[in-house]
Design a protein around this ligand. Structure first.
Ligand code: F6P
Length: 357
């Protein structure tokens, strides 16, 4: 009989962290207990399986109750730099698979974004592993789900930043530029820009010209307002230009610098005084808001149900106010970017927002 003995599901968080990961772990662990499964947490994403002994620990509901589910980050740790198919040029995928098989788990749940899912589903295929994915990323760019865990909280942080920038902008007659994250998609900038009353929203999906941005700011001033708010996604780029990137000490390249570049250009083109705020990882480390907790619990429970039912190769998803599951292959087939003709861009335009196009 299937549930006569306790079965084990492994779980890991992979890719950049975000708010709500501990809440997902709580939901999976509670549901697993009810279904007579135990949960084996793998630390630091797949990298935790490449050390000897593997970095794993049994997760119990009491490890995640109380304050832990309310915390940002992930108690398991994560990494966005250890692709087992290419660790410093070496393919260590089979080592990860072998380590997982040695642990004698019946299934693997991965909490990740599209990049992590590509890696984990490839590992699952290669090793014949039973895999279920739970989408998380502040960027909200995972396909086939309306929402990924962490997005809502990141938008709340960015909106609050605009709320805090507005009074100081008005006090000093300044144009404030807020640079937010979003590796390939402008969802954070778009949502926070609308909610936070930005005059200009710049996203990677709609290339901008500095002339159009300057025109909007001049228009605001001619209308009698002494300040303006600009929100720019880190991956935004001018119609004629490149994206702005920085190389970190370890050689990793990340987006960054577009806010500073814009600041100088806007000051020159409009004569306004400008200041830049780069929100950075503040968007990731916040405690999850209620929407993210709710999503985390709903997706966590559904993922564990899929495991129990033996339905693998699936990603749990939030669609039209319902929790569903979709083939993981569909989820990784494309990136969910902002639709320039979609309802939110239309809403912003109707409110007078400029996208710099
Ligand atoms: O994908 C999530 C994300 O926060 C992106 O928005 C951002 O570009 C990137 O990760 C930053 O990565 P890191 O944590 O390596 O600086």
């Amino acid at each position: 009989m299937k549930n006569a003995t306790i079965q084990t599901v492994a779980i890991l968080t992979s890719g950049g962290d975000c708010a709500g990961l501990n809440a997902v772990l709580r939901a999976v662990t509670l549901r697993a207990q009810a279904l007579n499964w135990q949960v084996l947490g793998i630390e630091n994403g797949p990298a935790g399986l490449l050390v000897d002994p593997p970095e794993v620990r049994i997760l119990r509901p009491q490890d995640l109750e109380g304050h832990v589910m309310r915390l940002g980050g992930t108690i398991l740790g994560t990494t966005n730099t250890a692709d087992p198919f290419n660790i410093q040029g070496k393919d260590q995928s089979q080592d990860v698979i072998n380590a997982l098989k040695k642990l004698d788990v019946q299934a693997l749940i991965g909490i990740g974004g599209d990049g992590s899912f590509r890696i984990l589903s490839r590992l699952a295929k290669q090793g014949g592993l039973n895999f279920v994915g739970i989408p998380k990323t502040i960027d909200n760019d995972v396909a086939m789900t309306d929402l990924a865990v962490g997005f809502d909280t990141a938008v709340a942080v960015a909106t609050e930043a605009l709320d805090r920038l507005q009074p100081t902008a008005a006090s000093h007659d300044r144009v404030m530029i807020l640079e937010v994250m979003g590796r390939d998609a402008g969802h954070i900038a778009l949502a926070a820009g609308i909610a936070g009353g930005a005059d200009v929203i710049l996203i990677p999906e709609i290339p901008y010209t500095i002339e159009a941005v300057a025109q909007k700011i001049k228009q605001v001033k001619q209308g009698g307002r002494n300040f303006a708010l600009v929100i720019v996604s880190e991956a935004a780029r001018a119609a004629e230009g490149q994206t702005h990137q920085i190389m970190h000490q370890n050689g990793q390249v990340r987006y960054g610098g577009v806010g500073e570049a814009l600041s100088a250009q806007i000051a020159e083109a409009t004569g306004s005084e400008t200041r830049v705020t780069v929100l950075g990882h503040v968007q990731r480390g916040a405690a999850p808001g209620w929407n993210d907790r709710l999503l985390a619990m709903a997706l966590g429970v559904k993922a564990m149900d899929l495991v129990h039912e033996g339905r693998f190769g699936r990603m749990v998803a939030w669609q039209n106010r319902d929790v569903v599951d979709v083939p993981i292959a569909d989820a990784v087939s494309r990136c969910n970017t902002v639709d320039p003709a979609g309802a939110m861009v239309k809403t912003a335009r109707a409110l007078g927002v400029s996208f710099g196009d």
